[in-house]
Structure formats: structure tokens, C-alpha cells
Write a protein that binds this ligand. Structure first.
Ligand code: DHE
Length: 518
């Protein structure tokens, strides 16, 4: 086999080999068929720098050489020299010369209707309690296990798109679950018939999705392109692409995340690159009206693409800083936001659209993992910290910090349940990544520290519907779901799983339990 020596002159996509042959040729021969000629993804994931940020160079090199287990990615060690693999790694981590279009037309064309919603069964085909099902995302081989919370056993396991991220979201009755992948694929799964209903690619690099309180609209937040995309929740057909453009019209922004605010009948979106928070009201007539209008126009024009009408008006709230991580109080009257630079939290009163308070929160609080509980006649919220070993507890009436609870290292996720006296927080990174603290919600003291798998990352807890069991992930390729009795804190059961990450109980999510993130 011809051996090319790599010339690592990475100028955008100009990575070249020593004989001046662009590495793009190599990419075209070995990768394009599955990952798309412009690296936008196909049956394989998108190979763009932002999408690959969490993949170490040596990991990427190993995947090219040896393939990826439980996927269709083969190993190329036989066909490619190490230098060629290195060049490909550099190539896929270099930016594209221009940002490809991903608007209404492309989204519409990506739509897949797996099942006709009208043909779905009217009753579950299983006898598990629907509201006590918990979805477990398994990142190692891109699957979701649906756990029957009554029997504490898997009900079914199904493959997902590559690299899901953000919480899974449910229809208000808990029947349908919506999943989003970092590559922009939005999937809808039916928990009655245990099958996929529809999929659509709403973006090229997506952050998360939110479902409206009336269950009619799904809103998707994208880094690439800079947009929010509204989908009809029944079939996942695109309704509107909202460009994330600043008020002045000049700059556009990555959208960090979007959340549903049911008491306000709106979505609230966090902008990464300008100092605005967006509130987007929805109304339950919007999806059907838009689809009807699109059908009409399609019939008239003979074109297969619906028009982009604008039923989702944007209310812009000016803020003092870039706010890209949010927490809301239960009535959604207030938002606390921090930027990823951290340091402080801003409290924004949403009706007034004004900052009313600044809270000193050192390090990098992870507000979207924050939870609430009743405390001394009022309510507090608590947030883990991605940079420092601490949980910050904040009084929601005075906006004062009640306590900073020292932990054994930075934590990612926090969870509790109305029926347990404890809040659980993981350590997740650093030397003590295998530890999980259990905090008494009234004394605000750590009462127990668990080490379910020494040396292995443990993180993210979810509760069964009644709060009786706490489910904890051993976040490793050959990981496990460890099930604890939430009162005695004793282990009850351990189920092997493939890098289990986030877990989402239907009841806790649709009732917007104060112990879970929204
Ligand atoms: Fe997440 C939720 C942002 C890295 C796993 N993550 C969220 C949410 C946001 C966010 C805004 C809430 C949205 C929602 O639930 O709808 N995450 C970010 C980042 O900015 C960050 C730090 C960098 C990035 O690359 O995006 C980041 N997140 C990670 C990871 O590295 C994690 C650990 C592994 C992964 O899957 O990539 C990770 N994030 C999660 C999970 C949730 C999440 C499991 C849902 C938590 C929940 O209980 O709801």
C-alpha cells in the first residue's frame, strides 16, 4: 500500500499529505459514504469540530483504526497507515470553509415517518406501569433501555441516533418520549407500542429540545446553524426555523439551550453569543394552522416544501451578561442564569424582563442540573458546580446563599424526590469521580458518601415514580445501573449497562417533580 507522509498544514480543510494530495481525497474514499461528502453526517455521525469536541485525538485515531463497537463503523487499520489516520483526524477536526445551509428545505427532506400516528395502538402492548417507566440513555453503544420501575427490570432496549444529549422529554400524558442527538436528530418514541414514530434532523449541531406544555410543539436549540426550530409534536414536521439573530440584526448566536415554561405557555431560550434571553410564546392552534397553510401553498406552487410562516413571535429580554445556563423557580416567574465563565448568577424577573438580583456563586454552577425542595417554611434551590467541590443552596425568597456544602470534587448532576429526605449529588470529575454524596435536605449536611464502583465514574441519579428507589449510573463502557433503597441507602440490585448516562422517569418528568431538572 502506498505510504503517504503527512504534512500537517492545517488551514481549515486544507489538510494535505506530503505529495500535496489533499487529505479530502482520502476522506472521500473511506469516509464520505457514511459521514457525508461535507462531513455533515449520514448513517455515521457528523464529523465537524464542534460535534467532535469531546472526542480526544487519540480516541478518534483508535476509532478510525479499529472501528467502533456496536456500530457500523469498521476499522481501517488494514487500509490506512498511521500517518494517514492522523491526517484524517486532523481533517475532521478542522472547520468547514463555510457553514452549510440547514433550513426548512433540508429539515423537511430529512423527515422520516416510521409509523402513522393514526395507526398506533390505543393501549400499551405491555403491562408495566407507564408512569413508572424510566428511560436510561446508554452512551457506549447508543441505545436507550426502558426500565420497568415496578419490576426493576428492563422492558425493552432500542437503538438511538449517535450521541444523545440533554434530557429526554415527554408528551404531557407520558406516552411519547422525544430524544435529541448532538448531530441534530430528533426522534419520537411510543411507550405504548415500543417503537419509533418519527425522526427529523433539525440541525447540524444541536443542544437540546423542549416540549410545549400543551404537547403540540417541540422546540429545538442549535449551535449549528444558529437557530431554533419548531416542530409539530405529532409527526415532527418542521413548522418554523427561527434564526438566532441579535436585536441589532448584526450578530447571530449559538443557542445554548431551550426550556419549556408551561405556566407561561412559552419556551425560554439561552443565547451563547449575545446578551439576550428569548421567550417564545406558543399557542395550541399554531402547529395545525401552519401545517394547513403549508399544505395549501404546496398544492398551489406544486413544490414539496412548506413555506416558512411565522407564528412563534420572539420576546427579547436584554440581560447584563451572556447567560447560557438556566434554572427556573416552579411558577416560572424567575430565571437564574449564569454564563459558562461562571462567578455569579443573575436573577431575572421574567414578567418585568429585568435583572433583580445578582448572587455570588463561585466556580461554575451547573444550574440546568439544579433542584428545589421545601426548607424552613420556604423553598431553596441547590446546584452542583462543574469547577469546584461544592453544592450551593440558595433561598428562593431572599435570593441569599443559605449554605455552600463542600464536596469531594466538582459535580455534574443533582437529584431528589418529594418522598425522600435526601438529595444526591455526584462528584463526577477529578480524583474522587467514583463518589456520590447523599445530603440531608433539612440539615444540609452530607449524611453518607457512596462508592459503588471504586475507580469508576459514578453519576446522575433518578428516582422511581414513588421515590422508593434511587437509580445511579456507573458511567463506564462496561458500566451498570445501581439501584438503591432511597431510605436505607442500601444497594438493592445492579443491572449491567453500556455507559449509562441520563435517566428519566416518566412520572417525575411529567409532574415536573421539584427534585428533577426540567
Ligand atoms: Fe450536558 C443536560 C449543556 C456536557 C450529559 N447539558 C444538559 C443541559 C444543558 C447542557 C444546557 C440541559 C438541557 C436539557 O436537559 O434539555 N452539557 C452542556 C454543556 O454546555 C456541556 C458542559 C458541554 C458540551 O459539550 O455540551 C455539557 N453533558 C455534557 C457531558 O459531557 C455529559 C456528561 C455527557 C454527554 O452526554 O455529552 C452531559 N447533559 C448531560 C445529561 C443531561 C444534560 C445526561 C440531562 C440531565 C438531566 O437529568 O436532565
Amino acid at each position: 500500500m502506498k505510504r503517504w507522509v503527512v504534512l500537517l498544514s492545517c488551514l481549515g480543510s486544507q489538510v494535505a499529505l506530503a505529495d500535496n494530495r489533499p487529505v479530502a481525497e482520502l476522506y472521500g474514499r473511506y469516509c464520505a459514504e457514511c459521514h457525508h461528502a461535507e462531513r455533515l453526517g449520514g448513517i455515521g455521525p457528523a464529523l465537524l469540530p464542534d460535534n467532535l469536541k469531546r472526542l480526544q485525538k487519540n480516541e478518534a485515531s483508535e476509532v478510525i483504526a479499529k472501528g467502533r463497537e456496536a456500530t457500523q463503523m469498521p476499522g481501517f487499520a488494514e487500509q490506512l497507515a498511521q500517518e494517514e489516520i492522523d491526517a484524517l483526524v486532523q481533517f475532521i477536526q478542522s472547520p468547514l470553509a463555510s457553514i452549510p445551509a440547514w433550513g426548512m428545505e433540508q429539515i423537511r427532506a430529512s423527515h422520516i415517518q416510521h409509523q402513522d400516528p393514526a395507526q398506533l395502538p390505543s393501549k400499551p402492548i405491555h403491562d408495566a406501569d407507564l408512569l413508572n417507566l424510566t428511560m436510561v440513555v446508554e452512551l457506549a453503544d447508543h441505545h436507550v433501555t426502558v426500565l420497568d420501575g415496578g419490576r426493576l427490570q428492563p422492558l425493552v432496549r432500542f437503538p438511538t441516533r449517535f450521541a444523545l444529549h440533554g434530557g429526554l422529554k415527554f408528551s404531557p400524558d407520558g406516552r411519547f418520549v422525544y430524544l435529541s442527538s448532538r448531530d441534530g436528530w430528533i426522534s419520537k418514541y411510543d411507550l405504548y407500542s415500543l417503537q419509533l414514530v418519527a425522526e427529523v434532523r433539525a440541525g447540524l449541531n444541536t443542544r437540546n429540545l423542549a416540549v410545549s406544555g400543551d404537547g403540540k410543539t417541540v422546540m429545538v436549540a442549535n449551535y449549528l446553524p444558529h437557530s431554533l426550530v419548531a416542530l409539530d409534536a405529532e409527526r415532527l414536521q418542521p413548522l418554523q426555523v427561527i434564526a438566532a439573530v441579535a436585536k441589532e440584526g448584526a450578530a447571530s448566536s449559538r443557542v445554548s439551550a431551550v426550556f419549556s415554561a408551561p405556566p407561561r405557555n412559552s419556551f425560554i431560550a439561552a443565547m451563547k453569543d449575545f446578551t439576550e434571553v428569548w421567550e417564545i410564546p406558543y399557542n395550541d392552534q399554531a402547529p395545525s394552522k401552519i401545517l394547513a397553510k403549508a399544505d395549501e401553498e404546496r398544492a398551489e406552487s406544486g413544490k414539496g416544501v412548506p413555506v416558512d410562516v411565522s407564528p412563534f413571535p420572539v420576546r427579547r429580554i436584554q440581560v447584563d451578561d451572556y447567560l447560557d445556563d438556566f434554572f427556573f423557580d416552579l411558577p416560572y416567574r424567575h430565571l437564574i442564569g449564569t454564563s459558562r465563565n461562571g462567578g455569579s448568577g443573575q436573577v431575572v424577573q421574567l414578567d418585568m424582563g429585568k435583572k433583580i438580583k445578582e448572587i455570588a456563586i463561585p466556580g461554575m454552577p451547573h444550574l440546568s442540573s439544579g433542584i428545589l425542595w421545601d426548607y424552613q417554611g420556604g423553598q431553596v434551590m441547590a446546584t452542583p458546580n462543574l469547577k469546584e467541590g461544592m453544592v450551593t443552596v440558595i433561598d428562593l425568597q431572599s435570593w441569599q446563599v443559605v449554605k455552600r456544602i463542600a464536596t469531594q470534587g466538582p459535580g455534574f448532576f443533582m437529584r431528589s424526590h418529594e418522598n425522600t429526605p435526601y438529595a444526591w449529588v455526584d462528584v463526577f470529575t477529578g480524583a474522587h469521580k467514583d463518589l456520590v454524596h447523599v445530603i440531608d435536605k433539612q440539615s444540609l449536611e452530607i449524611v453518607k458518601t457512596l462508592n459503588p464502583a471504586p475507580g469508576k465514574t459514578s453519576g446522575h441519579v433518578e428516582f422511581t415514580r414513588d421515590g422508593r428507589y434511587a437509580l445511579l449510573s456507573i458511567w463506564e463502557n462496561d458500566g451498570a445501573l445501581v439501584i438503591y433503597d432511597s431510605q436505607t441507602l442500601e444497594e438493592v440490585k445492579r443491572l449491567p449497562m453500556r455507559k449509562p448516562s441520563g435517566k428519566y422517569n416518566v412520572y417525575n418528568k411529567i409532574t415536573r417533580s421539584s427534585g428533577t431538572s426540567h
